[in-house]
Ligand binder design. Structure first.
Ligand code: ACO
Length: 333
């Protein structure tokens, strides 16, 4: 069977309206702007307020991507949503988004791969498109970790922000494949590094279970050590699969988890500041949404010029991680 090439048609984003600065956090935590910015690069983050939720941000990001692609929901054949904290489990976030954008043609489902969710969704979509199963796929990555943070755990809660990103992938009509290479991985034996349980309760007719706290836990130091080893390997393997070298790549769009991790990747690739997309100062770590928000913002602001080639990379709970070498076509928004 001929493999059909994939086109990156558009990228979108949406974030809550409320900004919480590091100084704001000092009102509820024994912390400081100096500690947070020097250790992580974060200065502020957007946080869901009132009834704002991840599904709502996902809908806004999806509409942004559809507008930029000049497409309507009716043209979308399938919807994949990557989220670790969708507002509903039933119906799935993808089904709610499907209804909101009036896309009725095909399947809509959620996946969970924590911060690597967008790369997992890209790999699944690529398989659907290359085999000819679907032509136009909407990918959404949305997380509101703020609702599940322990706001007394200063080592973890200062790191995260909320938001959503979206991407439309289509069968390319000119034979050019925009996903030049992509690898995704997981190592479940490291599951204890970043955790969040659902606080379910047993049927009253049976022995009650221990009800876990539905809060994010993280062994930050172990995550850090794992990532600085694994992420460069994943990137080098994507480059090698693409038969390219760092000098052939224009931009790095990394998961925004810690500025020091990003700087490590930058020096490994010998990239200049102009080549590395950093917005962690504004958004914090928005989990699955991090890479598409960074890509969307960099395209909008002109930081990323097209046509060009970029490395996307992400890591997070699982542990799950991945990277991709992608082509960003002229005029991509
Ligand atoms: N403000 C002030 N002090 C703090 C804060 C804070 N917000 N947080 C921790 N500290 C203190 C600690 O109590 C400790 O004090 P002590 O020495 O008196 O005990 C000191 O600062 C050092 O704490 P460490 O935890 O050792 O700090 P570290 O240098 O390891 O940095 C950090 C912590 C920033 C979390 C780092 O480990 C990191 O970035 N790890 C990777 C995190 C990551 O990438 N996560 C991905 C998540 S993605 C997902 O899937 C959810």
């Amino acid at each position: 069977m001929n493999h059909r090439p994939v086109k990156i048609v558009s990228v979108g984003k949406a974030v809550p309206k409320t900004v919480i600065t590091n100084d704001d956090l000092t009102k509820i935590l024994d912390t400081s702007d100096e500690w947070i910015s020097t250790r992580t690069g974060i200065k502020q983050r957007y946080i869901a307020s009132g009834d704002e939720n991840s599904t709502q941000f996902g809908i806004e990001a999806a509409k942004d991507a559809l507008n930029k692609a000049k497409m309507s929901g009716e043209e979308i054949d399938a919807i994949i949503v990557a989220s670790s904290n969708p507002y509903n489990i039933y119906p799935s976030c993808a089904c709610v988004i499907q209804d909101a954008i009036n896309a009725k043609k095909g399947p809509a489902f959620d996946i969970t791969a924590a911060c690597t969710g967008m790369l997992y969704a890209m790999e699944i979509s690529r398989s659907f498109i290359t085999t000819g199963k679907y032509k136009n796929i909407l990918l959404v990555a949305t997380d509101t970790n703020s609702k599940f943070l322990d706001w007394t755990d200063r080592a973890t809660c200062v790191l995260f922000g909320d938001g959503a990103g979206a991407m439309i992938l289509s069968e390319s009509d000119d034979g050019v494949d925009d996903i030049i290479s992509l690898n995704i991985h997981a190592d479940g034996s490291l599951g204890n590094y970043i955790t969040m349980n659902l606080a379910g309760e047993n049927c009253p007719l049976v022995e009650p279970s221990t009800i876990p706290q539905q809060k994010i836990g993280m062994v930050g130091k172990e995550v850090y050590k794992f990532v600085v080893q694994t992420m460069p390997e994943s990137i080098m393997s994507s480059l090698s699969d693409a038969k390219l070298e760092p000098k052939d790549i224009d931009y790095l769009v990394p998961h925004q988890a810690n500025l020091r991790i990003i700087e490590g990747l930058q020096s490994r690739l010998e990239f200049s500041n102009d080549q590395v997309v950093v917005n962690i100062d504004k958004y914090g770590n928005t989990s699955a949404a991090s890479v598409p928000i960074a890509l969307s913002e960099a395209l909008e602001s002109g930081k990323i010029k097209t046509p060009s080639k970029a490395i996307l990379c992400a890591f997070g709970a699982g542990m799950a991680w991945g990277s991709a070498v992608v082509r960003l076509r002229e005029g991509l928004k």
